[in-house]
Design a protein around this ligand. Sequence first.
Ligand code: ATP
Length: 306
Amino acid sequence: MDAQRFPIGPNEALLRAEGVTLEYRSGAASVRATEKVSFEVHRGDRLVLLGPSGCGKSTLLKAIAGFITPRAGSLTLDGQPIVRPGPDRIVVFQEFDQLPPWKTVKGNVMFPLLAGGMARAEAQARALHWIGKVGLSPFADAFPHTLSGGMKARVAIARALAMQPAILLMDEPFAALDALTRRSMQEELQTLWEENRFTMLFVTHSIEEALVVGNRIVLLSPHPGRVRAELNSHQFDLSSAGGEAFQAAAQRIHRLLFDHDAPAPAVLSTPLSTRLPTALSMPLSTRLPTPLPTELSTQLSTGLHA
Ligand SMILES: Nc1ncnc2c1ncn2[C@@H]1O[C@H](COP(=O)(O)OP(=O)(O)OP(=O)(O)O)[C@@H](O)[C@H]1O
């Protein structure tokens, strides 16, 4: 991998959402998915959009991917307005059956590279590099139906990173996986990020996943999504899951999202200088899975502790 492809600038905003209101229209009816949402993703960030089901997370990701035009506000990447889809923004979804079943793992990863005009030999080398990075070298010639859910997730991530996007957009990529596989995928994603320092925008409605995966978290209110708070979470990883500080952070997030009597947080008034300046301060410690306390296996779809 050409390390130059994922440069980290000092405190540099790569993606900017400013006052983004998104709506779905059907005839005279319209559904407002988000309202005046603002946040920034810096180069090398692992920013998580966290909020309950229906708060507009996926819609925001679709708008950033260029499939939906904001009703109000603006989205820019590297200072340029986002007006259409492009190879600089690749989305990984949770439906891994998006992998064409008639193509091998290698064929799946090569496909968008070839479609983008890359020479076959280069596409193959690039594909094999990323297949190796996600630990699937022995399965390069396997077909998707012979792979587990976690392996399909790895192929989707390899395919996305092989495109060397400016930003990787992940829409609950591990939500369909069993709990153990989900945890190992979160860990593998961390390892990949530590090795390659790509920029990622990750959508989830799991508080624990947000704390483990992100270096910053933007909390969205229930429908229509508005920014409720922005928090640093770079100090957490799978090894801290279940610890006191982790539980306190999870409970605080839960209160911010659902306790309307909680004091209003510093929504967007958090000065940029107090945000995590770069993703470089993420500890590079080895991550040892520890069991999550059951009271914290919080899924926000219900708004209640599970
Ligand atoms: N194609 C559509 N047409 C009309 N309304 C839609 C469409 N897609 C989503 N919505 C509505 O927009 C709102 C936001 O949906 P969205 O899928 O972005 O939420 P979400 O936060 O990603 O939810 P989840 O976590 O359940 O995936 C919801 O009220 C949803 O019903």
